[in-house]
Design a protein around this ligand. Sequence first.
Ligand SMILES: [Zn+2]
Length: 245
Amino acid sequence: MPDNVNPDAMRLDVLAIAAHPDDVEITCGGTLIKLAQMGRAVGVLDLTAGEMGTLGDENDRWQEASDAAKAMGLAWRGQLGLPDSAIQNDQTSRLKLARMIRDTMPELVILPHWEQRHPDHVACSQLGYDACFLAGLKKLDIEGDPHRPRKIIYASYFRNTDSSFLVDISDQFDAKCDAVRAYKSQFGNVVTAKQIFQPGIDIYELMQHRAAVLGQMANVRYAEAFTIKEPILIDDPQNMPVRSV
Ligand SMILES: [Zn+2]
């Protein structure tokens, strides 16, 4: 792992946790940018360095992740050092992640949706939930003050079709693409970009299409989708956004 990985953890409002560098940019980058623009302290924790990727080494990928962090206006980015393509939701990993949650004390945690093609993403989803729970246990045998995030939302990928709510990212979509472009080793040119994500698929076209389809459902240009496991409580149903007819 490069030396400059993991700057000292800082107190955050929002922490997005994902398996690999570039995951959050693709799934919820627009929302992270929007939250940062609102003045929130937004951070990202990549569980692995993405070292099993075909292109680029660990140093490249950390530099790219740092550049993407700048493009998104993040306050902090770190890596947990779990093994790429071998993330396990075991107690060692849970405690390691719970320690980071205590150190950063986020109120909102964003995890990947649990229906995924990559096993690391599936493991990250449950591992993240379990660590959020454990981090609040006073008697847990790790350092730091107990802290449990108030809200967990799951960022939609391409596989799941259900979602609980959409975030309008029309004004953030270009910056989201810039953040993905920071991963030069992965998405730097058309040929490799079409190999790395899913063979033959241009990641920018896919993101644009997906965000536009989601946006159309809410009558905005571009949106990102999230799922939550608990209901949404509404004060004033008469003024809920998005027209029914
Ligand atoms: Zn990934």
